[in-house]
Design a protein around this ligand. Structure first.
Ligand SMILES: Nc1ncnc2c1ncn2[C@@H]1O[C@H](COP(=O)(O)OP(=O)(O)OP(=O)(O)O)[C@@H](O)[C@H]1O
Ligand SMILES: [Mg+2]
Length: 258
């Protein structure tokens, strides 16, 4: 089995990226896969949620150093921490500076790809939690992963963000002459009103055939699992959304066999 890398991306804030990244990583781990979750968001929400807040402002080597200094990309494996469900590379507060600092750097969009090339462990899946903007960090994640899982709310405000994301994916793919594409969409906090219904139709239309849309409802159990430092799969509370995340994981397994 080869390694499948997935960027969880949508530049819209609060779209459910971190919730999706953690729970899809949990679902894949539950299925017996080796999973690495990389927190590429300077906000460090996944880092903090999973209990690595000390790493977020550590003086030791961090993801910031590995991305800013091209001579350090091969030290990426030193950043790996062993969470009870899957492995994690925490974010660092200094990553906020990266957006500006990388703008003129050589191979600035390829740092994460280069870092992934140095992975010693054989992970089946690498999941990257992206920040809520477009910029060098997201470009790095899209180029390193080539496959994009898009969480989006079922609100018309999601439309513009997705159109811009698709444009950016196309620009990167053309510039670097690689294939980058959305593999699935997780409609997050789906409601039952007509706006949600219209949005689910729009998602299907715009993504086209072969790109499934999964539907996750609003559930406090997901927040409680997060506060407990785990995905819903390692959380004792029952939640009817585990099946959906497991469906996403099963679908991603299929990509891995391609
Ligand atoms: N399906 C859900 N049910 C209940 N709460 C949810 C759900 N999805 C997300 N949330 C909550 O909504 C908030 C925003 O979600 P999340 O952090 O996953 O979005 P995000 O896209 O990663 O945000 P950011 O753009 O800031 O990185 C969080 O507090 C999260 O716990
Ligand atoms: Mg987030």
């Amino acid at each position: 089995m080869s390694q499948t890398r997935i960027a969880v991306s949508n530049q819209k804030g609060g779209a459910g990226k971190t919730t999706t990244a953690i729970n899809v990583a949990g679902a894949l781990a539950e299925r017996g896969h080796g999973v690495l979750l990389v927190d590429a968001d300077p906000q460090g929400h996944a880092t903090e949620g999973l209990g690595y807040e000390d790493e977020y402002d550590t003086e030791a080597l961090s993801l910031y150093d590995v991305l800013i200094d091209i001579a350090e990309t091969d030290r990426f494996p030193e950043l790996i921490r062993h969470h009870e469900e899957f492995d994690v590379v925490p974010a660092h507060v200094q990553m906020f500076k990266l957006e500006g600092e990388l703008t003129t750097a050589r191979r600035r969009e390829e740092r994460l790809s280069m870092a992934f090339d140095s992975l010693e462990h054989e992970y089946d899946f690498v999941i990257v939690d992206c920040p809520p903007n477009l910029g060098p960090l997201v470009d790095n994640a899209l180029l390193a992963c080539r496959r994009v899982l898009i969480p989006a709310p079922t609100r018309t405000t999601a439309i513009r963000a997705l159109e811009i994301l698709f444009d950016q994916i196309e620009i990167l793919a053309e510039t670097f002459d690689v294939s980058i594409h959305p593999v699935a969409l997780v409609a997050n906090e789906v409601t039952t009103d007509s706006e949600a219904e219209k949005m689910l139709e729009w998602f299907d239309d715009v993504l086209g055939e072969g790109v499934p849309v999964f539907e996750v409802r609003k559930r406090v159990a997901l927040q409680r699992a997060w506060n407990n430092g785990v995905s819903i799969f390692a959380h004792p509370e029952e939640c009817d959304m585990t099946g959906v995340y497991d469906d996403v994981a099963a679908y991603l397994e299929g990509l891995n066999d391609e």
